[in-house]
Design a protein around this ligand. Structure first.
Ligand code: F6R
Length: 357
């Protein structure tokens, strides 16, 4: 039930701090160590390369997952769109492990790939919000995202839950390989939960941003580099699906290779600047679009912020920044859709679970 909330989407955005705490409690042993099925641990160790397969928002979580597993566990990962992998399967490594990410566990495109890789004899792990779903039953292993039922068509809490579980899997894999970590993953995840709460309390500021940048525009671009690019893709998907604004996410460096031609007087460009190593280059991209008339909205991180940034995120561990950076984007999308009179929870032409190809 949505209780006093006007929409499930807003309720589900607000539930994210709780979901993170829930995930921590489900994946933590009493002694503080990570609790994970030994068979999953072994499958991660045995794999020489990991293939993440997903669609839509879950694909965007998979992009962040690649970065988490590669940087924390030092294992090579490829993330693929399920429907593409289905018809254009790349050569795979000798000992692949397939990870399917799916909120519903019923997405036909992902299931198609699962059926194929099982035929080829490869191991598969499903990360899902619905244990007992088709993808969970047909894979060898399941990791539960514990986000609770997600009713709004636009996925929010399932996405952050998927990234949190991927971070836990990455850390567990690193430890099982004997790598030493210079951070306490559980502590860092609890900080994420607290920061999410702070962000959910900033609805007024985010509603104002939505009103200022998005109440009349026809289109909106999201730019970022590295993980900010992945979060930007998710921000664009969220915005387009519920507000019907044509929204697209781009890698900052790609702008000059084409997209910049679309910038007109007043075009909103939401730029994410949450990482030190790309802070100067993304701000350079912002200058380029501003010089062509764009209306830039910079979302940055404490310590990296500059005058005139529209919104500044509190700091969390670098690896986990995507989990908090997406919250303002979810809320901006929500308010943009609301201001434009759209049906937030049930956008046109979309279904919660896509069980046909
Ligand atoms: C976006 C959204 C969709 C789903 C996609 C995959 O808000 O909800 O893009 O993420 O259809 O669904 P699952 O995760 O159920 O496989």
């Amino acid at each position: 039930e949505k209780g006093t909330y006007p929409h499930y989407m807003l309720k589900e955005i607000d539930e994210q701090p709780l979901v993170i705490r829930n995930i921590i409690s489900k994946y933590q042993k009493e002694n503080g160590e990570i609790k994970l099925d030994e068979d999953i641990r072994k499958a991660m160790q045995a794999a020489d390369r990991i293939y993440i397969i997903a669609a839509g928002t879950s694909y965007h979580a998979g992009l962040v997952g690649k970065q988490l597993i590669e940087s924390i566990a030092k294992k090579p990962v490829e993330t693929h769109i399920a429907s593409e992998f289905l018809y254009n399967m790349p050569l795979v490594s000798e000992k692949p492990l397939f990870i399917f990410i799916s909120q519903s566990g019923e997405t036909a495109d992902s299931r198609g790939v699962l059926v194929n890789v099982k035929k080829l004899g490869y191991p598969a792990l499903t990360i899902t919000n619905v244990p007992g779903s088709t993808l969970s039953r047909e894979a060898d292993f399941t990791l539960h995202t514990y986000a609770g039922p997600e009713i709004a068509v636009a996925s929010t809490k399932a996405y952050t839950a998927q990234m949190a579980v991927l971070a836990i899997l990455a850390v567990d894999t690193a430890k099982a390989r004997g790598l030493t970590l210079d951070f306490d993953p559980i502590k860092e995840l609890s900080i994420v939960g607290t920061v999410m709460e702070t962000l959910c309390d900033q609805k007024e500021a985010l509603e104002k941003i939505a009103r200022e940048y998005l109440s009349v525009t026809r289109n909106c671009f999201f730019i970022g580099r590295a993980s900010d690019y992945y979060v930007g893709l998710e921000g664009a998907l969220k915005l387009k699906e519920i507000s019907y604004i044509q929204a697209e996410g781009f890698a900052g460096g790609e702008l000059k290779h084409g997209t910049i031609a679309l910038i007109e007087e007043g075009t909103p460009v939401i730029a994410l600047a949450t990482q030190k190593h790309v802070n100067l280059s993304i701000r350079g991209n912002v200058k380029e679009v501003a010089a062509r008339g764009a209306n830039p909205c910079i979302i940055s991180l404490e310590g990296l912020n500059a005058d005139n940034d529209a919104f500044v995120l509190p700091k969390v561990h670098d690896y986990l920044t995507p989990l908090v950076a997406v919250i303002p984007l979810q809320l901006i999308s929500y308010y943009a859709a609301l201001h434009r009179g759209c049906d937030v929870d049930k956008p046109r032409n979309l279904a919660k679970s896509v069980t046909v190809e």
